[in-house]
Write a protein that binds this ligand. Structure first.
Ligand code: SIN
Length: 274
């Protein structure tokens, strides 16, 4: 297989791999550990093949809120119809950071893509951390942040287009809150990285509301710098794997009037430590 880095910070494209072939998993996993985001071009997998590949990474985490693929409760549909306005995942986020044990990562398979747009952006949280001053790193290293699913998937969101159209449901199950170190040591690489995100993080413990909001705002602006990003431009059939403990991601909603359909499987992680 041919592995080509997408940027100096994170992400790689892989050509000539076959995710159905278990013998290739070690090389694919090595690329994943090194680049945090890998896009495997030209896979066109069935739901069963997608699941078999995902299970090589670990046990599956069944998402509580996304509409599942018929007959496959482990596979979430990430869908925007041509007459819908909002895309799921438009804000910068880390999947499942509201869980006590956040997901290891997600595996997204592109089924139907618009003729243009619909890319996904990623940020390296390790690169963003490394670029902070030693004094700021020291300060952040002692902090914990709280994350929640309530304001994103809960009963206050029942008016959203995604809830009304049935793409998201089960709002009464959105009761998860979790606290994690603001700086984590990555369980696979040992690299230190920031672990807060604009969608699910509610506040930093121990600071007053103004202090917490100001620090989070500063970190979010810092992390959004293009130097820490990579961008996946999808073709139908591609499969992308990302590490939630090392990245943020964001779906670009720039293909109004066209349908985009992805299947997503999320893999269980481990408790995070500083
Ligand atoms: C997600 O946020 O998990 C989906 C990303 C995408 O649709 O590009």
């Amino acid at each position: 297989m041919d592995i080509r880095p997408l940027t100096g910070g994170l992400g790689a494209e892989i050509f000539g791999a076959d995710i159905r072939d278990g013998a290739q998993f070690e090389a694919i996993h090595e690329a994943f550990a090194k680049h945090s985001v890998i896009v495997l071009r030209g896979q066109s997998v069935s739901p069963d093949e997608h699941l078999e590949f995902a299970r090589r990474f670990g046990p599956i985490n069944i998402n509580r809120f996304f509409k599942p693929v018929h007959g496959y409760p482990e596979i979430a549909m990430v869908l925007k119809e041509k007459d819908q306005k909002d895309a799921v995942g438009e804000g910068w986020h880390t999947d499942h950071s509201y869980d006590q044990i956040p997901a290891m990562g997600s595996i997204l398979s592109a089924l139907e893509m618009p003729p243009y747009g619909g890319d996904t952006l990623f940020v390296s949280m390790g690169a963003a951390y490394d670029a902070l001053s030693p004094v700021m790193r020291e300060f952040l290293g002692g902090l914990w942040a709280v994350h929640s699913s309530r304001h994103v998937f809960g009963v206050t969101t029942l008016d959203s287009e995604a809830a009304k159209s049935g793409r998201l449901s089960n709002a009464s199950a959105a009761t998860q809150d979790a606290r994690h170190p603001l700086v984590i040591t990555h369980p696979l690489s040992g690299r230190r990285g920031l672990f807060v995100n604009p969608v699910f993080t509610t506040h930093i413990e121990g600071l007053n509301a103004e202090e917490s909001a100001a620090i989070l705002e500063f970190l979010y602006e810092h992390c959004k710098q293009p130097e820490f990003q990579c961008r996946i431009h999808w073709q139908a059939g591609d499969v992308t794997v990302w590490d939630n403990r090392a990245t943020w991601h964001k779906a670009i909603n720039d293909y109004h009037g066209f349908r985009r359909l992805m299947h997503r499987i999320t893999v269980e992680g481990v408790a995070l430590s500083s």
